[in-house]
Write a protein that binds this ligand. Structure first.
Ligand code: AMP
Length: 215
C-alpha cells in the first residue's frame, strides 16, 4: 500500500499516518520528522532546515526531492509506505510521480484530511510532541502528569517552535498558496479521497482504512 496523507499543518496527518503504519505494517515516512532529526544532529542541512522551519516556510524542492529519493528507493519501502508531509508543492508531486515510475510502481491513494484554519490554530497551540518517539499529545484531552513525560517511552514532551500561533498562521498561508494546488494534481490523476479531520482519531482512521480498501 503506497499512500500519501495530505492536508494543512495540524489536521492530524502525523497521528493518522502513525496509526495506518501500525495497521498496514508499512513504514511511516514523515519529511518533517526527517528534517527535525537532521536539525538535532547539528548537520549543515539540519541547521539550514531549522531556520526555514522556524520561519514557517518550506525547504526547497531540490533538497526535499533529494532527501526522499533514497528513502523511498530503500528496501524498507519496497512493500509500501505512508508518506506524511511530502509532497508539499506541485513540483514535488511531479518528482514523486517520476521517482515511482522509475521504481515501476505508483501511489494507491492520496488522502486529503480537511479541517478549518481556526480549528487548526486552536489544536496546534495545544499540541505537545515527544522528543524521543515523536508521539503527539493534546494538552487538553490527554491525561498528562505535571512532569510532562511521554506515556509511551517516558521521553520529554515539548512544544515545537513552529507550533507557536504566529508561525502557525504563516504555515497556513504557505499551505493555501503553495501546497493546496497539489490536491488538483492528484484529483486529475483520480487518486484523491477527502476525509473530514474533525473527530476522534480512531474513527477518522477507520474511515481512511475503508477508503483504502475500496480504492
Ligand atoms: P511537518 O512536521 O510535516 O509539519 O513539517 C515541518 C516543517 O518541515 C514544514 O513547515 C516545512 O518547513 C518543513 N517540511 C517538511 N516537509 C516538507 C516538504 N515536503 N517540503 C518543504 N518543506 C517541508
Amino acid at each position: 500500500m503506497r499512500v500519501v496523507i495530505f492536508g494543512a499543518p495540524g489536521v492530524g496527518k502525523g497521528t493518522q499516518a502513525k496509526l495506518l503504519s501500525g495497521k498496514l505494517k508499512v513504514p511511516h515516512i514523515s519529511t518533517g520528522d526527517i528534517l527535525r532529526h537532521a536539525a538535532t544532529s547539528g548537520s549543515l542541512l539540519g541547521k539550514k532546515a531549522k531556520t526555514i522551519m522556524d520561519a514557517g516556510q518550506l525547504v526547497s524542492d531540490d533538497i526535499m526531492n533529494g532527501l526522499i529519493k533514497p528513502v523511498l528507493s530503500s528496501p524498507k519501502c519496497k512493500d509500501g509506505f505512508i508518506l506524511d508531509g511530502y509532497p508539499r508543492t506541485v513540483a514535488q508531486a511531479a518528482a514523486l510521480t517520476k521517482l515511482l515510475d522509475d521504481l515501476k510502481t505508483r501511489l494507491d491513494k492520496v488522502i486529503n484530511v480537511k479541517l478549518g484554519d481556526e480549528e487548526i490554530v486552536r489544536r496546534l497551540s495545544m499540541r505537545l510532541s515527544c522528543k524521543n518517539c515523536g508521539r503527539i499529545y493534546n494538552i487538553q484531552f490527554d491525561m498528562l502528569a505535571d512532569t510532562k513525560e511521554c506515556l509511551n517511552c517516558g521521553g520529554p514532551l515539548y512544544q515545537r517552535d513552529d507550533d507557536k500561533e504566529e508561525t502557525v498562521r504563516k504555515r497556513l498561508n504557505v499551505y493555501h498558496e503553495t501546497t493546496a494546488p497539489v490536491k488538483e494534481y492528484y484529483e486529475q490523476m483520480g487518486l484523491l479521497k477527502e476525509i473530514d479531520g474533525d473527530g476522534d482519531p480512531e474513527m477518522i482512521n477507520s474511515e481512511i482504512l475503508t477508503a483504502l480498501q475500496f480504492s
